[in-house]
Design a protein around this ligand. Structure first.
Ligand SMILES: [Ca+2]
Length: 229
């Protein structure tokens, strides 16, 4: 509790110190001892004057837990440096044909030597995708062969949200019905719901073959992502 008597003493002390400081200023500023100390500049205005002294006077007699400001500054600096060094790392997942499970009543064939698979008619294949929690999928590439003008292969990356009970299509790659370019590399870096949330979601790569034919083959689905180690 600050009494009136204390207040009067503080004001008198403040006035006394202020006038002393003003008297000292010309001498001190011209001497090597008058070095500006930012810790004493309480209102951070670049000058130590009566305002800082007044603030000190207002707080006169109060008590509390002291802070080692230099240690605090060094601790904050260390934390900032640690955050700055946490640059995202790149990760890669390659799904070979053998990673895909065919749906029932699907004709399918895997050629291990050529690392390819084919399926049909209207065949679905699915492969689970397990990535680190918090990873961001940046792009997906499908390596395939489409030599059919009447057939195509479609690759889907989907997310099943078990909390909200609905599917999210993240990206689709399609070789096209009309085109028959042969060897293809399909690439897409526009991924929707690209952040991996393993707590609430599961992730699946699904492939659809319109026909069972040597002219429709899937070789590899390649996924690139970023994560903080
Ligand atoms: Ca085609």
């Amino acid at each position: 509790m600050v009494t009136k008597k204390d207040l009067v003493i503080v004001i008198l002390c403040t006035l006394c110190l202020t006038s002393t400081l003003f008297m000292m200023m010309p001498t001190r500023s011209s001497s090597s001892n008058g070095v500006y100390d930012p810790w004493m500049d309480l209102n951070d205005d670049g000058v130590i004057d009566s305002t800082d002294l007044g603030m000190l006077g207002s707080a006169w007699g109060t008590t509390g837990t002291p802070i080692n400001k230099t240690a605090l500054l060094l601790e904050l600096q260390a934390k900032v440096e640690a955050l700055e060094t946490r640059v995202p790392k790149k990760g890669y997942v390659s799904l070979p044909p053998a990673a895909f499970v065919p749906e029932s009543n699907t004709i399918q064939a895997y050629d291990i030597r050529e690392a390819s698979m084919k399926g049909g008619p209207s065949a679905w294949f699915h492969a689970p995708l397990q990535l680190p929690q918090g990873a961001i999928i940046t792009n997906i590439t499908a390596y395939l062969y489409d030599g059919m003008t009447t057939g195509k292969i479609t690759v889907y990356l989907v997310e099943w949200n078990q909390t909200k009970l609905h599917w999210n299509s993240m990206v689709t790659l399609d070789s096209g019905f009309v085109e028959a370019p042969g060897q293809m590399v399909l690439f897409n870096d526009t991924i929707v719901h690209s952040g991996i949330d393993n707590k609430n979601c599961i992730y699946i790569v699904s492939v659809w073959f319109s026909n069972y034919d040597n002219a429709l083959l899937l070789y590899d689905v390649f996924i690139e992502y970023e994560y903080l180690a």
